[in-house]
Design a protein around this ligand. Structure first.
Ligand code: AMP
Ligand code: ZN
Length: 717
């Protein structure tokens, strides 16, 4: 969408605006330039996934546009980046008529189905071979967008296919959807395009982690997360969910010469195509290129055109094998006749177009039986019901245990012991029970009874008024102690690698480990006598424990397992103090003043630091050498480099190699051990050798000098 000289020019303009901003506010004359660079940086970030400026820099440009526009609202254009924000809705979403009905797709499940379909398509068209365009079938919520005179004027859900809900204000929150696009360059005045809104796997995980922090049951899968989000009446909340949109279909357009021209399932005719402006695409594949060139995220890189069905089938199967490596969920592939004229000739049924078919991947659902429910005690004492089911393979993994989260979930699904159940496991999402198959009940199924006493310590369980969970409030409950230690050593907390849940349990049962500080006082002489602990594994464990003492403060805070304090809150807290025990002095109001900390979380933090046992544990940990002070990585935006990988080669001058690597890791980046297409940046010092040569051959790898790297990190930290 932006040629490289345009890219360079916009980047330079951004830098000079930023420079001027550091001195004094920008002027009204800068507004149009500001808009232009902000749209450009949104494109770099949300479409290409390759930002050229930091979030902070983007924010300062954005704020500056916002204040200039506030001074003179008459100059605000509807496609200004500031116009994505909107107030909450008080009414329901109005119904709208789709310009072309949104039909379903025919399904196929194997190569034979596709061979059949190809045969029929050839019979129908009288051709010996047909060109097919193949692309992923995105597993989200479908939307239709209407652009008129280059402006986004409407966004709607699929609804029943004929009528959907007008969710324009929520669609505007999805940053990969451009508010304006130069369709006029193609001679198109009005266009309806279709696509799928998704929440990618990483954001889905984060979102569920946030729900878990609030002790709410997680969402079942990214598809539900996406479709649920589109109907929220608070657009700002929709924005926070970080949705993305892939646009894969142009269903209707009218050009300047003839406003009545339709294309798509409804009224496409050969003459309609002939009359269309020359610039408009004539094949599906070209229409995806057009969307991409206009700044949309279309499956431009993923799509491919084949001239025969066997290659098409092979591509589908190959994609299926890579399914888990994609950042988002797909549930199959879609095969479309590439030529629009041919599509029109083939037409549609009332249910689906004849020129397209979905190739569905293997289901990630299976049926099983609910054998029993066990009750597990978590580190905060919460009791979680866990379903034990007859083990079934789903998506390559055998599933025998499925969390049921809490009593409300069990009740709302009306689950009974002995039920046949439908189980789903989507990607790396934890498996869950979709529903009991009530038609298969025999009458012998039994009610699930919740315990009144803790299964680990026997204490009476309590249920707080506002909570769906039962809880054991015995602070010394052995199950809780073990869970707290497991959490402390876990990867996202202190990351003591060779420890793991199994060792925690073993050491605890043998009396070698009684509490969290005990991690740093393990009797290694006794451990050495245990089976399975050789010299090597002991020395690995020792050095991992030793290294964990230097973890940044936000990890230490997260590791403590304070209720409602997840990784995000831990980072906020680490920024707020320079010495952890200082939280003793914080008042409720001071905690509430911190970013994103509400009364529930603040109350829990206060409680933690009021408890003398907890303070004793902290001073014990400090005495054993565990870091209690915040460092630079706590104070800065950690995770700026997340998703990026680095490799260093040659001699560095300003930093030691290990320091440079640490800097990357502290900022959320990864260090790779060799040059591959997964590498984002190769940093070259003096006398760089073969790695540099190899990296030069892979266009995706960016090569930085040490100086450039330092500058880059200066921006990033
Ligand atoms: P189904 O809901 O199983 O009938 O499948 C049809 C749905 O697949 C459409 O309504 C779209 O929402 C969705 N879909 C996802 N990706 C694509 C794609 N690349 N092309 C067409 N439809 C797609
Ligand atoms: Zn207990």
């Amino acid at each position: 969408m932006y040629a490289s000289d345009k890219t360079r020019q916009l980047q330079e303009t951004s830098k000079s605006l930023l420079k001027r901003l550091a001195g004094k506010p920008l002027k009204p004359a800068d507004i149009s330039t500001l808009r232009q660079v902000l749209v450009f940086h949104e494109y770099r970030y949300y479409i290409l996934n390759d930002p050229l400026i930091t979030d902070t820099e983007y924010d300062s440009l954005y704020k500056s546009l916002e204040s200039l526009e506030a001074a003179d609202p008459s100059i605000i254009r509807p496609d200004s980046p500031t116009q994505r924000v909107a107030k909450s809705l008080t009414k329901n979403f109005p119904a709208v008529h789709h310009l072309v009905p949104m039909l379903s797709l025919e399904n196929s499940y194997n190569a034979d189905d596709l061979l059949d379909w190809d045969r029929k398509a050839r019979e129908l068209t009288g051709l010996s071979g047909i060109a097919y365009c193949v692309e992923p079938k995105f597993d989200g919520a479908s939307i239709s967008l209407v652009y008129k005179n280059d402006l986004l004027v409407r966004g709607a859900t699929r609804g029943d296919g004929v009528e959907g809900d007008d969710i324009t204000i929520n669609i505007k929150q999805i940053r990969s959807v451009p508010l304006s696009a130069a369709f006029s360059d193609y001679g198109i005045e009005q266009v309806e395009i279709r696509g799928e809104v998704l929440m990618n796997k990483e954001n889905f995980k984060k979102y569920n982690a946030q729900l878990a922090e609030q002790q709410l049951p997680p969402l079942a899968n990214p598809r539900n997360a996406a479709s649920g989000s589109l109907h929220i009446k608070d657009p700002a909340e929709v924005g926070r969910r970080n949705l993305e949109a892939f646009l894969y279909h142009v269903s209707y357009y009218a050009d300047s010469e003839n406003l009545d021209i339709n294309r798509g399932e409804m009224a496409g005719t050969e003459s309609a195509h002939a009359a269309r402006s020359k610039k408009t695409p004539l094949t599906h594949s070209d229409s995806l290129d057009m969307l991409w060139n206009l700044g949309f995220r279309s499956p431009q890189k993923e799509k491919i055109v084949f001239r025969n069905i066997q290659d098409t089938i092979d591509y589908c199967l190959d994609f299926e094998s890579k399914r888990d490596q994609l950042p988002y969920e797909i549930d199959g592939m879609v095969i479309k006749v590439n030529d629009f004229a041919l599509q029109d000739k083939m037409g549609m049924t009332t249910h689906h177009p004849r020129w397209a078919i979905a190739f569905k991947f293997k289901a990630r659902q299976a049926t099983s039986r609910l054998l029993k429910v066990e009750f597990q005690v978590g580190r905060t004492g919460s009791i979680t019901p866990v379903a034990k089911i007859e083990p079934v393979p789903i998506g390559g993994v055998t599933v025998g245990s499925v969390s049921l989260f809490n009593e409300d979930v069990v009740r709302s699904k009306d689950l009974k012991l002995g039920d046949s159940v439908l189980v789903e496991r989507a990607g790396d999402v934890i498996p869950y029970i979709v529903k009991p198959l009530t038609d298969l009940r025999t009458g012998k199924e039994k009610k699930i009874v919740f315990p009144t006493q803790c299964p680990a310590c026997g204490d009476e369980l309590v249920r707080a008024e506002d909570e769906a969970v039962l809880r054991c409030i015995n602070i010394n409950c052995p199950a809780q102690v073990v869970e707290r230690i497991i959490h402390f050593v876990s990867k996202d907390a202190m990351d003591i690698r060779s420890f793991g849940a199994a060792n925690v349990l073993k050491f605890y049962e043998l009396g070698l480990l009684k509490d969290v500080p005990g991690i740093y006082q393990l009797p290694f002489d006794k451990i050495a006598a245990l089976e399975g602990f050789g010299e090597k594994s002991i020395s690995n464990l020792q050095s991992a424990i030793e290294a964990s003492k230097k973890q940044p403060l936000h990890r230490v805070i997260f590791a403590l397992g304070i209720r409602y304090v997840g990784e995000t809150t831990a980072k906020t807290l680490a920024k707020a103090v320079s010495y952890l025990p200082d939280f003793k002095k914080f008042s409720l109001d001071e905690l509430l003043a911190l970013e994103d900390i509400g009364p529930k979380v603040a109350g829990s933090i206060l409680q933690f630091f009021e408890n003398p046992d907890n303070l004793k544990m902290l001073s014990k940990l400090e005495g054993l050498g565990v870091n209690m002070r915040s460092s630079r990585s706590d104070k800065t935006e950690t995770g700026n480099l997340s998703g990026l990988s680095f490799l260093f080669t040659g001699t560095l001058h300003e930093l030691k190699r290990s320091e440079a690597e640490e800097l990357v890791e502290q900022n959320g980046g990864k260090i790779l051990s060799g040059v591959s297409s997964n590498l984002s940046y190769l940093v070259v010092g003096e006398d760089a050798g073969s790695k540099l040569e190899k990296a030069k051959k892979i266009p995706a790898i960016k090569i930085l000098t040490e100086k450039e790297f330092l500058k880059f990190m200066g921006k990033a930290t």
